[in-house]
Design a protein around this ligand. Sequence first.
Ligand code: AMP
Length: 544
Amino acid sequence: MRGLMMDRPLLISQIIEYAASNFPDQEVVSQTVEGELHRYTYRDAARRSRQLAHALGQLGVQRSDRVATVAWNTYRHLELYYATSGTGAICHTINPRLPADQFIYMINHAQDKYIFVDLTFVPLLEKLKDQLPGVAGFVILTDRAHMPETQLPNVHCYEELIAEHPTEFHWPDLDETTASSLCYTSGTTGNPKGVLYSHRSTVLHSFFVLSVPGLGMDEESAMLPVVPMFHVNAWGVPYFGPMVGAKLVFPGPRLDGESLANLMNQEGVTDAWGVPTVWLGLLKHMRSAGERFRTLKQVLIGGSAAPRAMLQEFKERFDVEGLQGWGMTEMSPIGTVSLVRPKDRDRPASEQLDIKCKQGRAVFGVDMKIVDDQGNPLPHDGEAFGELLVRGPAILSGYYENPEANAKAFDAEGWFRTGDVSRIDREGYMEIVDRTKDVIKSGGEWISSIDLENAAVGHPEIAEAAVIAAAHPKWDERPLLVCVRESGSSVDKDGVLAYLSDHVAKWWLPDDVVFVEELPHSATGKLQKAKLREEFKGYTLPTA
Ligand code: AMP
């Protein structure tokens, strides 16, 4: 028997319309590429999104057409999110920091019809335009006064494009499973793979995140996504923020510690979301400038493991709750959040920190299982670890136009293989032990490169650390620690090893420590271990 409830679709256009009706005066503040701080309201955002919806029609953009954005986090990018998806087109956000060959591959693979581009990236597109034969035209995200001289063909000025159109638009009643946005995830090998979200998955993901107990996002929140809008839709902030009427604060191109700190304090930011690298820069600035956060309450740290020292510094020095989130582009992206539950809040600070160092408990809508090498389920006892598999309505069922990748990505029951190795304890806390590719296999036992890195950055004179496997004649693989010193420090190998021996098992101690000026990072700020492994290929350990 079917339930007798209305079969109304869940649509992205409903979010901006809801915000405009229920929080019309709530602010959206953006650091623009042109330099000024721009400020308007959800009422304005909805009006301009509707104007843009008309403009897309004028450009000939039809349902299912892909519209690319190469842009920073600003109000115009927000309008693009809503206008493209709302009209049934697909918003393809592109990471401009990817290598040129991947950038070209994504645009051609997605068959993007138009590209909306920020001033910063116009030279990049001019350089690559001849390799993008399918693109019909470009729209530069600025006003007439700032339009550059450009060799881009069929180019429009964003403000002129939308200005003449009515501020009313009838959003179509799409099927909720209609594709809404597209984001490519770049692995360490091969071409990027497209993850195609739907209206339903996007709206559900917003509900799931908002339901995380204790996250407490509402009309009094001012949310700053440092995580780019080209990195899994800024983890959903531009969708769930408007749903609860939160103020949105977009940092545009200014992502250095000082600019972020000023913007946060000026605009009363309460919640900020981003990867660890960004917070390293921010904390360094706060320390050296001797500043305080006036309003910041929570930072969500995700994309890579949140170092213990970072969580501790946020809490103890700045009275800011650092929360860890784990997820993947394939998961919309949030899978788990690590929050200290009310029953644990009286425990000593170091035990609460232990909890926050885990990747956290599943958000509603995400099922998790861990399996051994043969695919047999392992117990959730906090001891056993194996590959983590997930399923849920905001998790992909297949990569976009990529049968090869799809053949390997799922188990027989349709669960998605995350490629992460993890433990799950009896309370449901998941803890990443490593990536399946990064774990160090020493004499048949596994050593977690992540745990070692976290321990190493706990040393006050180590700014950043990476651990990779180096070949060993007896043990197959042994850990090699590659690290960056804090400026002015002269800490040496013995100093680091002495420190580590208090924090990890003896047999986990790296067989060598190498100091470098900097470590390689991917376009989304993650450590590029594959690159590092390449650099240290053939490295002879002193113990070998
Ligand atoms: P991406 O899709 O590019 O965001 O990458 C997803 C991958 O990043 C995951 O499979 C993890 O390996 C890693 N990751 C994301 N969040 C965390 C976290 N909190 N701790 C450790 N690894 C993480």
